[in-house]
Design a protein around this ligand. Structure first.
Ligand SMILES: [Zn+2]
Ligand SMILES: [Zn+2]
Length: 248
């Protein structure tokens, strides 16, 4: 059964038990990493996803809590002997900045480095379509160009949306319409972000099957997050912890 493994759940500041928010899609034919924080090699291993099954990475925006693990991932895969190409999908300016970061690490001098291709993703456009998943994007409402993602599993026809970082915005609510799983940020009601209650409202408006809160402040009591979301949405709600898994 295809699954979503949530590798981290913290907003911008992690702690000992919450890495920054990122996740992996694990399908029958391969895995896709969505955002790349913390220590992706160790977390993929613990999630039971072999590194040679990693077929693509999607970075939703350039903020460090969503992208800083990428240089380490790319270097580690090289040192572990990867030869297969690895496409990295991201919004256009994010692709450029990620390339600049890799240039700062002088990756051109890494001998026999496997092919890495940055693939620009435009808002409201298909991201990728492989044997397991169809993934589309919509623009979020955040400080910098940011995409939310909708994933449809071909094996089960189940669908999920990951909002990435966003204040409530129609494009994301529409993307989430009727999905089985809405993985919504809950960093708080500040500019460019959403509270758990705002996430609950999106879940209600989009009539989703289950709301999963991620990207929350780790010092906030999960019961308070749950209650805030519950005030808007009466369906199933989880305050996800690192390594939570969902069938998709
Ligand atoms: Zn963030
Ligand atoms: Zn951000």
């Amino acid at each position: 059964m295809p699954r979503l493994v949530i590798l981290g759940t913290a907003a911008a500041v992690p702690d000992a038990v919450h890495e920054n928010t990122y996740m992996a899609l694990d399908g029958a034919h391969g895995a896709i990493l969505i955002d790349c924080a913390g220590s992706p090699i160790g977390r993929l291993e613990r999630a039971g996803i072999p590194l040679n099954m990693l077929h693509a990475v999607i970075i939703t925006h350039i903020h460090p809590d969503h992208s800083y693990g990428l240089p380490s991932l790319l270097m580690s895969l090289w040192l572990l002997g990867r030869h297969e190409p690895l496409p990295i999908y991201a919004p256009p300016a994010t692709c450029q900045r990620l390339r600049t970061i890799m240039d700062a690490f002088e990756w051109d001098d890494w001998p026999h480095f496997y092919p890495v291709e940055f693939v620009p993703v435009n808002d409201d456009a298909p991201v990728l379509d492989n044997e397991d998943f169809t993934i589309t994007a919509a623009s979020s409402n955040h400080f910098v160009e940011t995409i939310g993602l909708k994933v449809v599993s071909k094996a089960t026809d189940r669908a999920l949306v990951y909002t990435s970082d966003t204040a409530p915005v129609d494009s994301i609510t529409q993307l989430a319409q009727g999905v089985d799983l809405l993985v919504h940020e809950a960093a708080g009601a500040t500019r460019g972000h959403s509270s758990a209650g705002m996430a609950g409202r999106v879940a209600r408006l989009a009539q989703v099957g289950r709301l999963v809160l991620v990207h929350y402040q780790v010092y906030v009591d999960p019961a308070a997050l749950l209650a805030d979301a519950r005030s808007e949405f009466d369906g199933p709600i989880d305050v996800a912890q690192d390594f939570a898994e969902y069938e998709i």
